[in-house]
Design a binder for this molecule. Structure first.
Ligand code: ATP
Ligand code: MG
Length: 360
């Protein structure tokens, strides 16, 4: 078997670290989303090639108002760039701008056992709770697999709850490769650490569904009111308290510089202070923490064409990559009638001069 340099034995791209992550535009980003997910995704943009998409196709299973969806997609893009996603470094795009992904979803669907999807918890949970579900929710892990495989992603940063879906993706990619040859790159999940479980204003996990969120770009006056109403326990002021089991302190810790955090922890242990003081300190610390992002956001909002051009450029880069992968998959499973190596899909030819095709 000949080695490198031949076109006769096409190889999968020897992937460097290629990071992919998507986030659903189902509401405005809150502190839990930022510390639990977005911050780590942004940190990973320096780890290698990276793709970040706004998952509007996934959001369609929950957001049914077109204008609201459009608004949420726009806001998500502006928010991500304001929070530090660098469009010159990472490819930022909207999921539905790459229709190749939906075609790839079908190809994967044909090798997806029903039982595999029936075991997936997002669908199972809804079913157990007797809530209505649709085929979109049921097949969500297949679309998610296509999202990942379309870009030859090697690393997918996820929360604990998404690890199962990465396993599904590896499973489907493995089956397809087994049937048709080495088409897909198998991704690995990377557990996102650091944010843990950010508490909401009522002490439960912060979550849109619990209506206990503090949003990253909320109006400051409105947010101050919410912070001042964060639930606290009713122990007397004099009593020393353990900072580590207090959700108000947990929120303050995320926002305050280390020295202030240590001082506040001391105050807790000594006692003799009021929660009102901690809340005021949290108002101050959080407004400082996101001040830069807020001003970047204001600048972006003042120039709406900028975000659109970022998304258009991102879509173009993402499509070039996805076309290449889809082309490989189509040829491999026998859809492309032209075995000779010409692109058999519509649109521009994929931008790779060699090393693809010919597997059918
Ligand atoms: P929903 O209530 O619809 O589930 P949500 O507010 O929980 O929404 P998601 O869209 O489920 O937000 O989460 C997006 C990302 O943010 C996920 O990676 C999730 O793990 C992370 N995340 C959400 N809430 C928190 C939280 N309170 N602490 C840490 N991470 C969180
Ligand atoms: Mg959630």
């Amino acid at each position: 078997m000949s080695s490198e340099g031949t076109t006769a034995t096409p190889k999968l791209p020897q992937a460097p670290t290629r990071v992919l992550s998507g986030i659903q535009p189902t509401g405005r980003f809150h502190w839990g989303n930022y510390f639990g997910a977005i911050r780590q995704y942004i940190d990973l943009q320096t780890a290698g090639e990276s793709y970040y998409f706004i998952a509007d196709l996934h959001a369609l299973t929950t957001v049914r108002e077109p204008d609201r969806l459009r608004g949420l997609v726009h806001d998500a893009a502006v928010d991500l760039v304001a929070l530090g996603l660098d469009p010159d470094r990472a490819t930022l795009f909207v999921q539905s701008d790459v229709p190749e992904v939906t075609e790839l979803t079908w190809l994967l669907m044909t090798v997806t056992p029903m039982g595999l999807l029936e075991r997936c918890h997002a669908y199972k949970d809804k079913k157990t709770r007797g809530l209505p579900s649709d085929a979109g929710l049921f097949t969500y892990p297949v679309l998610m697999s296509a999202d990942i495989l379309a870009y030859d992603a090697t690393v997918v940063p996820v929360g604990e709850d998404q690890v199962q879906h990465i396993e599904v993706c590896r499973d489907l990619a493995g089956t397809f490769n087994h049937l048709y040859g080495e088409v897909f790159t198998l991704p690995k999940p990377r557990l996102v650490e650091g944010g843990g479980r950010v508490p909401g204003t009522d002490g439960q996990k912060m979550s849109k569904s619990y209506e206990n969120t503090l949003d990253v770009f909320e109006d400051l006056a409105a947010q101050k009111k919410k912070i001042m109403r964060i639930t606290t326990d009713s122990r007397p002021m004099e009593e020393p308290k353990n900072p580590d089991d207090d959700h108000l302190f947990a929120l303050y810790s995320l926002m305050a510089p280390e020295a202030d955090r240590l001082k506040m922890a001391d105050l807790y242990r000594r006692g003799g202070f009021g929660y009102g003081e901690v809340k005021k300190a949290l108002v101050e610390a959080s407004s400082q923490f996101f001040a830069e992002a807020r001003s970047r956001r204001a600048a972006l909002e003042a120039d709406p064409e900028r975000i659109e051009s970022i998304l258009a450029a991102g879509a173009e880069r993402a499509r070039a990559k996805a076309r290449d992968v889809l082309d490989r998959a189509r040829r491999a499973c026998g859809l492309a009638r032209d075995k000779a190596g010409k692109p058999a899909i519509s649109g521009q030819p994929a931008d790779k001069p060699s090393g693809k095709g010919g597997r059918a």
